[in-house]
Design a protein around this ligand. Sequence first.
Ligand SMILES: *Cc1c(COP(=O)(O)O)cnc(C)c1O
Length: 363
Amino acid sequence: MVDQKYPRVEINLTYLKENVQEIVSRCRTLGIDIAGVIKGTTGLPRCAQAFADGGVKMIASSRLEQIEDAKCAGIDLPMMMLRVPMISEAKEVVRLTDISLNSEITVLKELNKQAVAQKKKHRVILMADLGDLREGFWDKDEMVRTAIQVEEKFTNLELAGVGTNLGCYGSIEATADKLDELVSIAEKIEEKIGRELTYISGGATTSLPRIIDGDMPKRINLLRVGEGILLARDLDIFYGYDMSYMHQDVYTLKAEVIEVKDKPSHPVGKISIDAFGHRPVYVDRGIRRRALVGIGKVDYGGINEIFPRDKGVKVIGASSDHTILDIQEAERDFKPGDIVEFGINYASMVYVTNCRNVQIVYR
Ligand SMILES: *Cc1c(COP(=O)(O)O)cnc(C)c1O
């Protein structure tokens, strides 16, 4: 019975592992290691295992809970904390991870203190903000000073390198110029500390175009990739790259039809506000055949984040627990009890993999 439960998200672990292998091998030929980022799939340990099996150098997440789950599941790769740590979680960062991304001296001080207490060496990467305006040092002199301080003063921290993140808040592209800037900062630090840094981490999925186009600056040797492996969708849809060598259907969302009827496409009566307090505009397309499926915004976010796999099926609306499909032009004759399949994107992936109402099924 439990196997028949809907809604569900089916995750093809073989496809996921093959996606990991594809990106890992493309990067390896350029001397670039991959940190497999598991936060998009809510850190599900079996997905983390697929990253490990596919050959990533480390597992990375912005959430310590997910890293703890991966460790408990027996994954023994180095763990990376992606979100610059809260002071209040410094102890757990040192306990659970081997390396973290950082941008504040007070946090680094606390990490060092916790590393001393736990008799551990914790590795840190200092983040440069190159214009995307999320985390990282804006003042590059401050960054160099901090690097020297980590190198010389913090006994239990190891300055592993520098990194940057692009295309998250400021939607700034990871151009070769931007990544060259990061390399110059690294070289300035290397000159001051008199040794080579282990890592120059040139970003996330949004930096993969540099691999594809063949203009990745030579010294970039670590990328932190989630979406480009889990979905391989954004580079295709937003940047026009051919990603057909990747599985773009690792995830399939399935929901059950609970009603099929011909109804007017324009609501009947005095229009006020919908379930979420919005005042939508409805287009009158006459009487249309519609299917209602047992899944809603609570499960996947918004109606523009799920994509029916059947031709001719359109998502026209949803409330918390119901989704309305226009099936007038569908090639299938839907009836209650039928299953509708959807592709998902990053936004709906983080919801459906993190939702108690959605069963997770591995293939
Ligand atoms: C989320 C995140 C990544 C991975 O992003 P994707 O777009 O999923 O590849 C890399 N680095 C940092 C700092 C992140 O927060």
